[in-house]
Every structure is written in C-alpha cells, then in structure tokens.
Design a protein around this ligand. Sequence first.
Ligand code: HAM
Length: 403
Amino acid sequence: MINPLRGMKDLIFDDSKKYQYIIQTASNIAKNYGYEYIETPILEETALFKRSVGESSDIIGKEMYQFRDKGDNDVCMRPEGTAGVVRAFISNKLDRQDANYRFYYHGSMFRYERPQKGRLRSFHQFGCESFKEASVYEDFMLISMIKDIFDALNIDFALKINSLGCKECMPLYRTKLVSFLENIKDDLCEDCNRRIATNPIRVLDCKNEKCQALLQTSPKLIDNLCDSCNNDFNKLRQLLNEANIPYEVDTNLVRGLDYYNKTAFEFISNNIGSQSAIAGGGRYDRLVEFLDGKPTPAVGFALGIERIMDLVAVPELNREGLYLGGMNEESINLLLQIARRQLKSQKVTIQYKPKSLKAHLRSADKAGAKAIGIIGDDELLSGTIWLKDLETKEEKTIKIEDF
Ligand code: HAM
C-alpha cells in the first residue's frame, strides 16, 4: 500500500468541509476589502525564492523542495505564496501601472520541515497581498481584515506587532546589534553564532532559553527607528487602540522570511500547542525592486489553514437537495430523467439500486438531503412519484410530468 509522504495528508470528510468553510469565509471577507483572486503556479524558478525569502533563512537553507526538471531548469515547489504573487505582479507589468492592486490567494505550500502537530511538509495558506499603498493605514486594514476573519470563524487570538525599520534605520541598528552580539557570542548557541554573520536580526528570534535570557538587554529595534518608521509604528498602535484590537509589541518578532521592513505582525493562538502562529505578515516595500520590478510598496499576510482547522468546529450544514430512489428496476429510467431535469436547479443524489422505502429514507438522511422522491410499484403504474420534505415532514404524491 502506498501512503502519503511524511508530513503530508489528505483533506477528506470533516477536514475538507472545514477547509472549504475557512477558505470561503476568508475569501468573502477579502472580497469585501477589495481583493481579487489570483492563482500562480506551484512550481517556480528556485532563484525567485532565493532572492525573496532570502538565502540565510531556514526555508531556503533547509526546507526547499528543489529539483532539476527535464529541461535542466532549477525549480522549486513554492514554500510560501508572496514571492509568486510578486513575480506575477511584475510579469504582468502591473508595476508600471498607476493603480493599486490587491490580490488574495489560497493553496498548497511545501516546506521540508520536521513534521509535528501543526507543522506539515505540505500545508495550505490563505493570503492577501496589497501593492502600491505605502500608507500605514493599509497595514492597519490588513490586520483588521484578519481580525474579521478570525471573528467570523469564532477563533480567539493574540496579536503581536513590531517594526523592522527601513533601509535608513535598519542597517544602523544591525551594526549596533552585531557589536552587542559579538560581546556575548561565546554564550550564545551554535545557530545564533552562525546568524551573527548571515542575518543577525534573526538571533532575536532564537527559541533557546539561555540565548533569550542573554538577549534581554540587547538594543531594541523600536528604540532605533528613524522618524518616519517611528511615526508609522505609533500611528499603527493608535489605530489599533482606537479600533479596540488588543495587541502586544514584541521587540523580538522578526519573522522567518527576509523580505520584510517596517510593520511585522503575527497572530497567535493559545489553544493549539507549540506551533501557535496562525497568521503572519507585514510590509515588504523593497521586494518588487529586488525582483527587478519598479520600486513598489507592498504589504500582506498569510493564514495557516491547517492550524486554523484545529480551532474551528465542523460547520453545521443545512439539509440540501433531493434524494431519488426506486423500489423496482423499472423505475430507474424515470428517476434518471427527473434527476437530469432537477440537477439544473438543485443538488440531486440518485440511488440506482432498488431498495425498500426504509433503506432509502436512511440513505437520504445520510446524504443530508432536504427532500426524498420515491417511485414504488404503485407510483410506477400511475406515472407518479412520492415526495417527502425531510425537514417539514410534509408528504405528497404528484404526477411525474408535474414535477
Ligand atoms: P509565514 O509566517 O511563513 O509567512 O507563514 C504564514 C502561516 O503559515 C504561519 O503563521 C502558519 O500558520 C502557517 N505555516 C507556516 N509553515 C507551516 C507548516 N510547516 N505547517 C503548517 N502551517 C504552516 C508567510 O508565508 C508569508 N508569505 C506571509 C506574508 C504574506 N507576508 C506578506 N505577505
């Protein structure tokens, strides 16, 4: 027997219902916020992810599903959605238009991680990316959208925010941080030591308790922001306060992808164990130009669908559609005719095998049908069908041509 690969799973029955429910809820809200659906390929050139997510990130360093295709192209299954959407934005020359573009997407992402609860190798994200709007109001609106989605799904969350500065203030901060880290480097873990050289900001995010204790006195990014970044961060805090959206400033929140600047945020759930981030995002004003587009400010987020699935109940589905069955072989042709007509306007479940009325009623219930139509021996003789509304319990027999 061939099983799914480690860290990959099928979405079936209750899981597929939850999946569709979450995607539908999030899509409707994103559309209200002015976002349009975009679909980009799962497979892209490896260079796209290296240049966007960043060579020093774990995703690129350790977790890529990367291979050479039959044309000897170096390709990669997407580990996240932003890079592909930015590539599409540039490929479609939208960077040269004088308009705002807002896209939402959902689909499978692939990271070769060590699987555990809430951490898969093939998982799904729902994401939004907004291009051309440099204002911090847009960052606020995205956070507000995520809150609306979680409220609609009845999910509790904690919101963490930080500012990662810009090309003016970030390099100065990095230099300060590196000199602090150089002084304590003998006591920091191996990973942190590697990162001091490659991506020192990521040291702040180390999960090792000893490192975290040493980092308590590190210089903080939000104390080193330039005026523009500082104003925007204060404005964001003010907007969140006014909207009554609770948040915590987490000065160690740096995100695992390299393309961010200014606002960074994460939504956490305290009800799903150690893999607690259920959404993450932020501003990435320089990514479009890094990928050879015209400089374009941008901001976005992605939700982790599997983690959210652990937090929502299977939605109660209303009874829907018609179940059709016969009690003799001869009725099947008539049932097929009725089914083909009814399918134009409602869901129809048709049972081809003759069964007793009791067995049909049981099957109709299982199929979640709202109504049942049965052709028994008497109905066959009189050209009629017996109908029952399974909600109101109302019954009637009508001529087939009157159906
Ligand atoms: P990310 O934080 O890497 O951001 O992923 C977003 C969410 O995807 C996480 O908060 C988590 O819920 C889920 N996730 C990540 N890895 C896994 C995994 N191995 N198994 C299950 N769920 C996972 C991004 O991907 C950015 N592209 C978000 C973004 C969009 N930033 C700007 N625009």
